[in-house]
Design a binder for this molecule. Structure first.
Ligand code: NDP
Length: 448
């Protein structure tokens, strides 16, 4: 039996950050992982996705370069090169995670952890005792229970396909669906997206969704308002998709991006007092404590905001709480987020509908234009920006953007909003010319 101050289950973004901060504060810490160091983000999420997104954008850059005088380019895309370079890069990152943990003095344990009681964890033959246990096991792709669901790929497998598909159907309309739609279309696959609603990206600002649906439709065959009923095997290892309206189509592969669920199965939670909510997420209080006082949880397994920077912030907050006598609460307001679709989207604060639902009196400012780069290329792609301002207080409530580098741009404005940004302060800011971002500080006219 070994004793620790903190035993962390799950070496993803939240678990690793908590473990290494806690060890830095002098705690005796162990971390156990049954898959890969770095969790979803490093292995099958943010990082490889962003690399593939870069890869897909070259397609358009090659096309656009002709208007700028480049000629003679006959680029060919080679999937194994991209995939294998990605595998190498992720292995490098796995090692960096291992080194970071080791240098911080965290003991790394490989295997599947099962809680035995509020202070005991079993990994294989070995039992570990800890004053406190943190469950940071993240999430797992959810595929609806339809006949043939075993034929569907998820984001866990799609990065490492043996062969690049000529055609792909992506099911879903959230972050992962639209990001992969952009990636596969850009890399040259005939890409279709089936979403049950009218426009993808539910919960995002309505105008942003409107504009984005138009842009997405330029590269992707949009099957909006459709539902897949069954998947079945077709000749040549392809997949036949049976839609609810009776239509059938064959694709080389089908990717399900229909959300993620908390990863709690087989953890032994039934041996503790930890409770789950109706959606299967671990229930915690504002100090990340479960119903079992010695067990904590954070990150995707608690279902607050399934974003890496949120898990990192939660991990730092918890480590400080437990081992550095800092009892400050984490502020979840105005967390910016980006979708690495084509084009990119980013958003911080309230959407127009969210503000109206809160009965706020608002003014809306917006700008819809063709990026300077495309005045030469002739590409029709639009850039769109929107600012929601509270009447009276003049406070900026939300900022939304669709266009190149939207995430890079919104990140800066998110810091300004954290400082209480007002519309008149935006107006007083002198722009950087010529940029797209300067539009945010030159919007003078309210929308009628
Ligand atoms: P999302 O929750 O974003 O989207 C799920 C999508 O699947 C929605 O469009 C939903 O439709 C649809 N859906 C759900 N259930 C069904 C069903 N039974 N049949 C058909 N469609 C269904 O999930 P993702 O998997 O895209 O991503 C998970 C989370 O990971 C995100 O919410 C985000 O927090 C995080 N993430 C963040 C990224 C980033 O920061 N760039 C990138 C990728 C993921 P409806 O809208 O109608 O409910």
């Amino acid at each position: 039996m070994q004793e620790y101050d903190l035993f962390v289950i799950g070496a993803g973004s939240g678990g690793v950050r908590t473990a290494r901060m806690a060890a830095g504060f002098g705690a005796r810490v162990a971390i156990v992982e049954d898959l890969y160091l770095g969790g979803t983000c490093v292995n099958v999420g943010c990082v490889p996705k962003k690399l593939y997104s870069y890869a897909s954008h070259f397609h358009y850059d090659f096309e656009d370069s002709e208007a700028y005088g480049w000629s003679g380019l006959t680029p060919e895309f080679d999937w194994p090169t991209l995939r294998d370079n990605k595998i190498q890069e992720i292995s490098r990152l796995n090692e960096i995670y291992r080194n970071i943990l080791q240098q911080a003095g965290v003991e790394i344990i490989s295997g599947h952890a099962v809680l035995q009681d509020s202070h005991t964890v079993q990994v294989g033959e070995q039992q570990y005792k800890a004053d406190r246990i943190l469950v940071a096991t993240g999430g797992w792709p959810f595929v609806p229970d339809i006949p043939g669901k075993e034929l569907a790929l998820t984001s866990n497998e799609v990065f490492d396909l043996k062969d690049f598909p000529e055609s792909i159907l992506i099911v879903g309309g959230g972050y992962i669906a639209v990001e992969f739609a952009g990636i596969f279309a850009g890399l040259g696959a005939k890409t279709s997206l089936s979403y049950r609603g009218k426009q993808p990206l539910n919960h995002f600002d309505r105008d942003l969704r409107d504009k984005f649906t138009t842009e997405l439709g330029r590269h992707v065959n949009l099957l909006l308002g459709t539902t897949v009923e069954t998947l079945s095997q077709a000749d040549g290892g392809k997949c036949r998709v049976h839609f609810a309206d009776g239509k059938q189509e064959i694709y080389d592969c089908v990717l399900y991006a229909t959300g993620r669920k908390a990863r709690t199965e087989g953890l032994g939670l039934e041996n503790t007092r930890v409770t789950l909510d109706a959606k299967g997420y671990i229930e915690i209080n504002e100090d990340f404590q479960t119903q079992d006082p010695s067990i904590y949880a954070l990150g995707d397994v608690v279902g607050r905001m399934a974003l890496t920077p949120v898990a990192l912030a939660e991990g730092m907050n918890l480590a400080k709480k437990l081992f550095a006598e800092d009892d400050s609460k984490l502020d979840y307001s105005n967390i910016a987020t980006a979708v690495f679709s084509h084009p990119n989207l980013a958003t911080v604060g309230l959407s127009e509908d969210a503000a109206l639902t809160l009965n706020m009196k608002i003014d809306v400012y917006e700008s819809d234009f063709r990026h300077l780069k495309h005045t030469m290329t002739g590409r029709d792609e639009r850039t769109y920006m929107k600012v929601i301002v509270e009447q009276g207080s003049d406070k900026v409530l939300g900022m939304h953007m669709m266009g190149a580098d939207a995430g890079e741009i919104i990140q800066g404005f998110a810091a300004a909003m954290k400082c209480g940004l007002s519309k008149s302060q935006l107006d007083q800011t002198i722009g950087i010319h010529p940029t797209a971002a300067e539009e945010f500080v030159t919007m003078r006219n309210k929308r009628e």
